[in-house]
Write a protein that binds this ligand. Structure first.
Ligand SMILES: C[S@@+](CC[C@H](N)C(=O)[O-])C[C@H]1O[C@@H](n2cnc3c(N)ncnc32)[C@H](O)[C@@H]1O
Length: 227
């Protein structure tokens, strides 16, 4: 079973109201700022979706050219409508065809957030991506934990702790419910690796792990990887 990401696109931005997702975006950017050299020229946002991470990258790395790829035309339309910058190029691309991706540049930063679990050959992808890194380049990879351990409740509880966001969450109930239903379908469509499986995958490819953090209300693992 494949997921039709186009259907998700109209509602995807509601995730921006979730504290867990806000924290995840901040974590990606703070790791990028911490581990990247001062001059960042080229960034690849793989599976950019509605451009929520891309937006932050444009803000924090204003000199960089950002290449943002996704296979869903509807996701890309949402991203393009939000981000008006001549530094960003959005392109439709299926990551499963990564062997056909032959950029002329090397990337200082490759972000792959909440996407790797959808990819057929994660091993090949990681290897090919590492070959596309510049000398001091890094990959920031974040992926949800396996569905057997995953708790939607923890994400919701984080939200309800703050009264202000609890009120906002009530207003968003229909959209969040829709996102929940789609996520359940996504859970059925793909299997996800746990933290140790990711660590062995990264090490098998002889890559270095600079940092590992839990993110998304402890429902995802974030890795900073270097060649
Ligand atoms: C959960 S969303 C994450 C979006 C974005 N990275 C973020 O963090 O907000 C997953 C994205 O991966 C994209 N995607 C799924 N499979 C893909 C593939 N084979 N090639 C390219 N993009 C893909 C979907 O269209 C969707 O936009």
């Amino acid at each position: 079973m494949r997921v039709d990401w186009n259907k998700y696109a109209k509602h995807y931005d509601n995730l921006n109201h979730l504290i867990a997702y806000q924290d995840l975006k901040k974590q990606i950017l703070s790791n990028a700022n911490k581990y990247l050299p001062e001059k960042v020229t080229n960034i690849l946002d793989l599976g950019c979706g509605a451009g929520n991470i891309t937006e932050g990258l444009v803000r924090d790395f204003e000199e960089a050219e950002i290449y943002a790829l996704d296979s869903s035309s509807e996701m890309l339309n949402v991203a393009i409508s939000k981000i008006r910058s001549d530094k960003v190029i959005f392109k439709s691309f299926d990551i499963n065809n990564i062997t056909k991706f032959q950029p002329e540049v090397k990337y200082d930063l490759i972000v792959i957030n909440n996407v790797l679990y959808t990819i057929d050959d994660k091993y090949l992808l990681l290897e090919l991506l590492s070959n596309k890194l510049s000398n001091n380049g890094i990959i920031i990879l974040s992926d949800p934990i396996p569905k057997e351990e995953y708790s939607y409740l923890r994400i919701l509880l984080k939200q309800l702790v703050s009264l202000k966001s609890a009120f906002k969450t009530l207003m968003l109930v229909p959209s969040l419910l829709y996102i929940y239903i789609i996520n359940k379908k996504i859970d059925l469509a793909y299997s996800r690796l746990n933290r140790d499986q990711y660590i062995s995958l990264i090490k098998e490819k002889k890559l270095q792990i600079l940092n590992i953090e839990k993110s998304y209300s402890e429902q995802a693992n974030l890795f900073v990887i270097k060649k």
